[in-house]
Write a protein that binds this ligand. Structure first.
Ligand SMILES: Nc1ncnc2c1ncn2[C@@H]1O[C@H](COP(=O)(O)OP(=O)(O)OP(=O)(O)O)[C@@H](O)[C@H]1O
Ligand SMILES: [Mg+2]
Length: 448
């Protein structure tokens, strides 16, 4: 007999003994009438106690017996409890089935899934793919610190960031470093995190192929274009005046193509790098160069203003920063009608960083286009861009350059009023400015 039943029987016998003692005392006190009264009361009490016990035993039994049929308070109570207990058991079975189905689905996912305890950062559960991609073994790696177990992966800082952890786009698998992983941390409850690792080796290989293809094609196009350019330059429109419009168009288009190839090569160059050579970029001469370029580009059609309020310099690549800023300035001039204003403001940011903002009073950009502006070849109005010689690669280059400086581009625009393109640099990019630096950085390029 299980211990809890033995205890229940012991209690029942104790209660019966107490009742019996009580009845005997009553009988002795009151004589024959007392005996009759005591025996009846004892019988009634014992019967009720027995029914109560039966119901209690039924509730705690592993296999619930059928409830007693018929009326009466005890039978009705028994039937009621039986019904609610049956419903509860059915619900529990259903929940278990759902839970098992979820587990089976998570176990069969091609991505590695690890449930991590948020407080202890220990593994709670992981699926089959976690074995293949992360090298986790069952049961060895259950309830172990995840950072320790996945040691080659740089997880300590990442886990510490918790909810704000950015996905790790390209991390080597602890099993085989040729397998590249994309890791994401999903805090799905107060207590648990989901660590999801996806094999992106194929995707990265394809991306590499795409980058190589674009770089190679652009490179190969350069030579024939130079030849075409050369011959076009040799042709004098005055020799055959009726060819003048055709020659001019051919020159314009070949120049456009050369710029496209140069931009594609610049993008490929930026994409293939994880970092840039760094130097302190003196901002005063850089701003002066931007002003000169803007004035040359505008040809007096716009009011150009430069405000240098930051009083600091930036750490980064002078050549690439100049290329990015001059892209923004050239856009501001191109997409602002004559008579408009273009302002270049260099200021300190609230977080101790610095912002270079290019503001214009031009056409503006409808809000729906803003999220896609930095995509390659994306143009809001292709006719207006084509008119102004745009290829749609400028902002893509800006985004890459800023990315290599851990900076971000914020775009605000109102149609008909103008746009602001602001490059935000973190405090780690800010350097104190030394007076007397007036010569422009050697690596600066000519304006686009
Ligand atoms: N200051 C601006 N005002 C209005 N529209 C702008 C502005 N800057 C960019 N745009 C819009 O964003 C699009 C993308 O700009 P982006 O600089 O990438 O390409 P582009 O200027 O067309 O060509 P490219 O810079 O490669 O010569 C432009 O075609 C234009 O429609
Ligand atoms: Mg542009």
């Amino acid at each position: 007999m299980p211990p809890h039943l033995r205890a229940a029987w012991r209690r029942t016998l104790l209660v019966l003994a107490a009742l019996f003692a009580g009845a005997t005392a009553l009988g002795l006190l009151l004589g024959q009438a007392g005996w009759v009264l005591a025996t009846t009361a004892l019988g009634v009490l014992a019967w009720h106690y027995w029914r109560l016990r039966r119901i209690l035993l039924g509730l705690t039994a592993r296999r619930r017996r059928e409830p007693a049929r018929g009326g009466g308070a005890w039978n009705e109570l028994d039937q009621l409890l039986y019904r609610s207990q049956s419903e509860m058991r059915a619900r529990k079975r259903r929940l278990l089935r759902i839970l098992r189905a979820y587990r089976a689905a998570a176990a069969a996912l091609p991505d590695a899934v690890v449930v991590v305890d948020r407080n202890t950062q220990r593994t709670i559960w992981f699926n089959r793919a976690a074995h293949d991609l992360l090298g986790l073994r069952y049961p060895r790696d259950l309830d172990v610190p995840v950072v320790e177990r996945l040691r080659p992966l740089p997880l300590a800082h990442w886990l510490a960031a918790g909810r704000n952890a950015e996905p790790l786009h390209d991390a080597p698998s602890p099993v085989d470093e040729r397998v590249r992983l994309n890791l994401r941390l999903i805090p799905y409850s107060e207590d648990y995190w989901l660590l999801v690792a996806r094999d992106v080796s194929k995707l990265l290989r394809l991306e590499q192929m795409r980058q190589d293809f674009v770089a190679n094609v652009s490179h190969e196009l350069r030579t024939p274009l130079t030849v075409v350019h050369g011959y076009l330059d040799m042709l004098d429109p005055d020799d055959v005046p009726e060819w003048r419009p055709m020659l001019e168009e051919m020159r314009k288009q070949s120049q456009r193509m050369t710029r496209l190839v140069e931009d594609l090569l610049a993008l490929s160059r930026l994409e293939s790098r994880d970092s840039l050579p760094e130097e302190v970029v003196p901002m005063a001469p850089l701003l002066a160069t931007l002003r000169r370029e803007a004035e040359a580009h505008s040809q007096g059609r716009h009011a150009i203003e430069v405000h240098d309020r930051a009083g600091c310099d930036l750490l980064g690549s002078a050549q690439e920063l100049h290329s990015a800023f001059s892209n923004l300035v050239s856009n501001a001039i191109r997409y602002t009608p004559a008579g408009g204003k273009v302002a270049i403001d260099f200021e300190r940011d609230d977080d101790g960083g610095a912002v270079l903002a290019v503001r214009d009073t031009g056409y503006g950009i409808p809000e729906a286009h803003l999220p896609r502006l930095t995509e390659r070849f994306y143009r809001v109005s292709s006719s207006r861009s084509r008119e102004s010689g745009g290829t749609g690669l400028g902002l893509s280059i800006v985004k890459h350059v800023l990315g290599l400086h851990q900076a971000r581009l914020c775009i605000r625009s109102t149609v008909g009023e103008g746009s602001t393109f602001a490059c935000h640099f973190g405090p780690e990019r800010v350097r104190p400015r030394h007076d007397g630096e007036t010569s422009p950085p050697a690596a600066l390029h000519a304006a686009r």
